[in-house]
Design a binder for this molecule. Sequence first.
Ligand code: AMP
Ligand code: MG
Length: 453
Amino acid sequence: VTAEEARGEALERCRGGRGLRVGLGGAGGLAEALGRVLRARVQAAAPVPAFRAAIKDGFAVIAADPPGLPRRVVGASRAGPPMPGLRVGPGEAAYITTGAPVPEGADAVVMVENCSREAGGAPFGRGAAVPGAGEHVHLVGPAGQEIRPGQEIREVGSDVGAGEVVLERGERLGPAEVGLLATVGAQSVDVSRRPLVAVLSTGDEVVDGFSGVEPGLGQIRDANRPMLLAAASAAGADILDLGIAGDEEGSLEKAFAAAASAGADVLLTSGGVSMGDKDLLKGTLERLGRIHYGKVLMKPGKPLTFATLPREAAEGPPDELLVFGLPGNPVSSAVTFYLVVLPCLRALAGWREPELRRVDAVLEEELRLDPARPEFHRAVLRWAPGEGAAGGTFLASSTGGQISSRLLSMRSANALLTLPQRAGSLPAGAVVPALLIGDVAGMPQAPGTPTSR
Ligand code: AMP
Ligand code: MG
């Protein structure tokens, strides 16, 4: 199968995870909600603001009062509970602060910078003592300025109307969405569950780099398990560390059982999936479940295997554990994670568009092609701004040697360039599709890029 077919076939089995209700109170509630996908739309029960509120610090007045005449101050409305009985009549004004309720009778606010104590006097500065009840205030304005009814006032419902949909089903909760939930007074939300991803390394040569034991001759530190646990966690999944399985009969079965009994949705293994006599994964999967594919036309990542293992569910009908047998070489493991596993984790988490995003990128250097397989070449994209109307473009530079054991080729990579299967090479300047695997916000900046500074 092609990489695209491999992804499609796995995605078909990742439809809509279950949901749960998450309470929003406290810091724990927020952390629980962030990144999840909504399973029900959220509407505002009441308008925001719920009262007419001042946009500026100043004086609440009646716009139609004759200009030029001083207004008699009748009190103050400061942000918070309103002053009982405060009312602005003809010829009157009330001091008001930003966000405070506009007193009854007033229909405009004049900012304090346009007011003074005496006719023609200097406008009030920040923190200046303003006239109190019984005193007078003069509106100095910029000369000739008319007071418009409604000026500097947020009307009831002008930010969010009563009944307005503020979040749709299927939207993912980021910081602004959490703020909206808080604004409309939501106490809890219906969201998608996070998939539980179990991660297992395999191989007699693989040792836990955090055990304090130095690898002996022929041994290597386990790179894949920490990397894949991190990748799954970064994808918003819950993670379960299953350690390292040796290359002996029976050790894989034990790990599968541990994943299933922990309620994992997905098991990621690495290694043991190629052609060696100790590559036991495929045989074991075949015996216990069903292999959907075991070889993918891609470089790196050819041995990528996808299987399902049936199991009795704690509740409801029997379900299946999705098993991705990722190749042992760390780069192959990472690339197949991004291309196939990540979209699946997103789908399980309720994403509607779980695929990697694609942009066109211009090669900064010549790249050799592989006549045997399409290649996913690790690259760093940066945005080169265009001149005038010419528009900008993404420039792609290779991360260097692409051998699948060299994890340095994944370092800082924010894109996989999809190179065609063919002889020869692509010249510098060629345009290739690039799959984004990093956050564009962290992209290196081209020299001379205008910033928000
Ligand atoms: P295998 O598919 O098990 O033959 O592994 C292919 C290559 O990947 C071998 O060189 C392994 O030593 C290496 N490898 C397997 N698992 C890991 C791991 N967890 N971390 C780093 N390298 C690994
Ligand atoms: Mg192995």
